[in-house]
Write a protein that binds this ligand. Structure first.
Ligand code: MTE
Ligand code: MO
Length: 333
């Protein structure tokens, strides 16, 4: 950020880390109701007055500007259906949390807005700032901040969102306006936006360097920002600890990936063999339903696993990853 710029901060109530979520077996609907969608805030819930809210757009743009909520509402409204997922622990990329949902966001296309401001040739990143400020595990101490490569704009769908599932955002969802980058982990979707800045280099704050910047398992010593979500799946039915009869049953769940899921395989024998599931196509960045039928071969306990493979051929990681395979243990009597 420009050193001569001080960002505004909104009142925070309540303050501190906030979390709520439903486990995967409760996510039975294609569109997750807002009340069932997980919620995360690191520094607390910012309380923002829409009438006095301003979004400043600056840095490497030809025409820096200040945008009001009414200005935004006058621009064409776009909607995007997308999975929405928390990456989990900001500092532990070997742990899978499975906080996920699928919703329809409504708002203004960021590429259209930035075309009006004029992107300077040297700009390579978008830095986005929230109106929430504070510390998380002793880190931060300034406005919540994220960055995104500007190249992502070419794929479309990046929104300055003011609606979720057709309703205006609640304060805890980022009212009045938040960033939505479909296909990226939710941590990049900055709530309570106050500033967009185009830069030549990545953002230097704690939320983009120490936090949400994983060791790169393929290139030791290097890090990789927590941006695109790799392939992942979650089993909805059967629920954990379900008791089934020895008769044909349905196993189903949701699969998602930044690049779209090409196939899902299901194992009922502890990973010894895998059956191809039927899989829906995706719509925009939506999650995709998978289903297989299964007849238990006998009584006893069974571990059911699902693994997603994305359109680039990348498979969901088996263990020790943000997208590690989900397993459900059930018994047949
Ligand atoms: N301003 C701000 N934006 C934020 C956060 C935050 O703490 N402050 N948390 C991020 C994280 S880690 C996640 S997972 C998503 C959660 O969005 P949701 O609560 O609407 O599901 O918001 C992201 N945007
Ligand atoms: Mo998150």
């Amino acid at each position: 950020m420009n050193d001569d710029l001080t960002l505004p901060v909104a009142p925070i109530e309540p303050a501190g880390f906030q979390i709520r979520f439903q486990p995967p077996h409760r996510l039975v609907d294609r569109i997750t109701a807002e009340a069932d969608l997980f919620l995360i805030a690191h520094l607390g819930i910012a309380r923002v007055d829409a009438a006095s809210w301003r979004l400043s757009v600056g840095g490497l743009v030809e025409r820096p500007c200040q945008i009001t909520f009414d200005d935004l509402k006058r621009l064409p409204k776009r909607t995007v259906e997308s999975f929405h997922q928390c990456a989990g622990d900001p500092r532990n990329h070997r742990d899978a949390k499975r906080l996920v949902g699928n919703v329809v966001w409504g708002g203004v296309d960021l590429a259209e807005l930035l075309a009006r401001a004029g992107i300077a040739p040297k700009a390579r990143y978008l830095c986005a700032y929230g109106l929430d400020s504070g510390t998380y595990e002793g880190l931060g101490g300034s406005n919540f901040q994220k960055d995104m490569p500007l190249a992502r704009l070419a794929e479309g769908g990046v929104l300055l969102a003011y609606e979720i599932n057709g309703a205006r955002l609640a304060p805890e969802r980022g009212f009045p306006v938040r960033l939505i980058i479909p296909g990226y982990y939710g941590t990049n979707d900055v709530k309570w936006l106050c500033r967009l800045e185009l830069t030549e280099h990545r953002a230097k704050g704690a939320f983009t360097t120490t936090l949400y910047n994983d060791p790169d398992d393929e290139a030791p010593g290097r890090t990789r920002p927590v941006w695109e979500a790799p392939p992942e799946s979650a089993i909805v039915l059967p629920a954990p600890s379900a008791v089934l009869a020895m008769e044909p049953t349905t196993i189903w769940g949701w699969a998602w990936a930044a690049r779209g899921v090409a196939r899902v395989e299901v194992s009922t024998d502890d990973g010894a063999s895998w059956a191809m599931a039927a899989l829906e196509p995706r719509s925009q960045w939506s999650w995709q339903r998978f289903v297989v039928s299964w007849t238990p071969p006998g009584v006893g306990d069974f571990t059911i696993r699902a693994r997603a493979i994305d359109s680039a051929g990348t498979a969901q990681r088996a263990t020790a990853a943000r997208n590690a395979i989900h397993s459900v243990v059930i018994s047949v009597r």
